[in-house]
Structure formats: C-alpha cells, structure tokens
Design a protein around this ligand. Sequence first.
Ligand code: MG
Length: 420
Amino acid sequence: MYDQLNHHRSIPGFQRQIIWRLLALICVVGVLAACGNASVADQSEGAESADATDTTSTEVEEAETGTEVTDESTETGAGTESEETESAAEADVSAEETATESTLEEPDAYGGTETNIADTSDEATEDDETALSPQLPATVTDLNGEMVEIESVDRIVSLTGDITEILFALDLGAQVVGVDVSATYPPDELEALPKIGYQRQLDAEGIISLDPTLVIGDEAAGPPAVFDQIRAAGIPVALTSDPPTLASPLAKVRFVAEAVGIPEQGETLIEEMEADFAYSEELLARVTSPEPRVLFLYIRGNQTQMVAGSNTAADAMITAAGAINAGAEAGIADFKPLSSETIVAAQPDVFLVLDAGLESIGGIDGLLEIPGLAETPAGQEQRIASFDDLYLLGMGPRTGEVLIDLIAVFHEEVQEATAP
Ligand code: MG
C-alpha cells in the first residue's frame, strides 16, 4: 500500500567499493588536471567530504526508534549484539551508496570537482539566501532546567535527526557543520556534512574538533558525560525534551528557534505545522469507517522484532490518525519483543512498519512469514503500511503531513475523498 520506492541499488558491496574507489581516483585526477596546483585547497575539501562519508560506514545508522528499541532489547536481553552488527552492515551499505550516488550525480557535493569560480559563487549565493539576523546572545532553558546562553550560531553541531530537520526547516542549514547519522532529512543537503556518530553513542572529541559555537539536540542524545566534556571546552550545549506526544514537534521547533535567536521564524514554522494538524483533524471529521486496529512492528531482520505499545511515538501517531494501537490494547507499554500471544491478542487490521524494517526482512512476503502474522486480518488482507523512520516517528516538522498520510491509509473513504 504505502510500500515506498526502494532507492537501494543492487550492486554487490564488493563491486560498489571498487566503483567508489575508482570514481574517487578519477575525481582527484580530474581536479589535478583541470586546476593544477591552484586547486590544492579544493582537493583537500573533497577528500574531507569523502572521509566524512566513509566514517559513516563504521557507525550505526538508525533513526530515533531504532535506538529506543535497541535499549529495550538490552533490557529484555533480545539479541542486541546481532542487531548492532546488522545495523552497522546497513550503515555500510547506505554510506557506500551515498558516496556512489553523489559521485555520479552530484559532483558539486564534493566541492572541488568543479571549478573554483563556480564554488565561490555558489557559496556567496547561499550566504545571501540564508542571511538571517539572529538576536544574540539567546538564552534557553534546557531539559534539566538549566539556563544555556548562546552567543554565536555560526557553527552548529546537531546531535539528533529531528533537531537537524528543524534547523534546516528554519533555513539554518548553512550554519550546520556536523550531524549525527540519524539525520536523514533533507537528504541532499546532509550528504556532504561531517557525521559525528550515532545520537546515543556520541564522542566528545569528534564534536569539539568541528569547532562548534552551539551543540544542540534532544533527550535522545548521549551519553551525558560527552556533554560535560563539550561544556568544559567552553561550548554551549542545548538539549530539549522529546516526549512521544504530538505537542513535542511544536515545542522542539520553539526551543530550537529560541536557541538560535530567531523566535519569530520559529512561530512562522509552528503556524505552518499547525495548519497541517488542523487539516488532519478536518480529515478525521470525515471518517465514517470504524477505527482499524493497527500493530506497529519494529523489525531488523529475524533478530529484532518488536511491538510498539503505549508511551511510544508510534502509539501517538496511530491514535491521532483515528486508529487503535493494537499493541497498547494487548497490554504492552514501550517496545516489547513480538510474541505469538501478542499477535493473537492484537488481531490487527493493519501492520505499520518502517521502510528499512520491511526491507530487512525481504518485503511483504518476508514479513508475512513471521509466524502468526499471515493469520491475522492484516495478514489475510495484506494491509501493510510502510514509512520512512524519521518521517513517521521523528516528531519533526513533517508530523502533520505524515498524520494526513496515515489517516488516508487507515480510512479508505478519506483516501477516496482526498484523491486528486
Ligand atoms: Mg528526538
């Protein structure tokens, strides 16, 4: 149903590596030939970008829920190690793909494969377009109730994917100098940015080396000792809370906009987001079908298969879209391993999954091979809705948009009414 396009290429990893290395070599040779010694600075910039992309391959690439689930599985003893290995393998694949794609399609991203003149003019245009006038110093209260003062937003390191998306939505992308690997949106703009690792496994030295004037994120970021080190280096760290509720996206936008000294732009973005929420409520008012029972499954291959209960972003999204969270109804809180008892108790009409999860298990056919799933109403009707991780669960600026999508998936009469 919402099975989104599969962007992954089917080139085997070994060949991809060779292709990537060859292309990198060609780029370097090309730059040397075109610009001679005058472009030394450009080359090293290109090399830096390539290094940053390569680093990603050694890090775990997962968005928000991924970690929450990992944490849960640690508690419940459900194969954490193998999950990490798989995730790392996934990160490997997507990092290499990123590298290959950008080399093939967007040489500009490597800043140095084109002429110096083009690069300079691009940068100048970018600066003009994003010439915001932040009111600084700005002060915000962080999630521990501490006041944080920010004097400059010239170099921002963003620790979590949702906060990164908010910074870009506020037109502050040009000031972002580092992001974590859960940051997947906006994809093109993020491609060339240095990666600081995974939001829950951060390393202070890597962040400090980017010379940030502001380090910002939400409660998912950690471990806490990292922030003591960053603060000791004289760099302000602004962390906000991120409860799994629909109030969270608006509160996070307000926090970020205040922290970077552009509160009015924050309110403008909030108004746009509220318009999406208002439209989703209009759609809900048109619903005539009964609320479907939806089971959210977090899947990473055969090793990690979890169900979302109450107190999760998935629960908030399902219930706000006019459906019943069948996991919560079966008595589950947070994320718990999928069991046959849960499936029997839940009797879902729809399975809600993440694109990466569905892919990891071999698509819809693979999903329905999990014992018990094919016998549920959702399995028999093959009602499976799949979304991107950060889009569905990030509680970012697009939360209202994904709600509108969900309502159309859960209520076919609304889908017909809104179809172009
Ligand atoms: Mg978050």
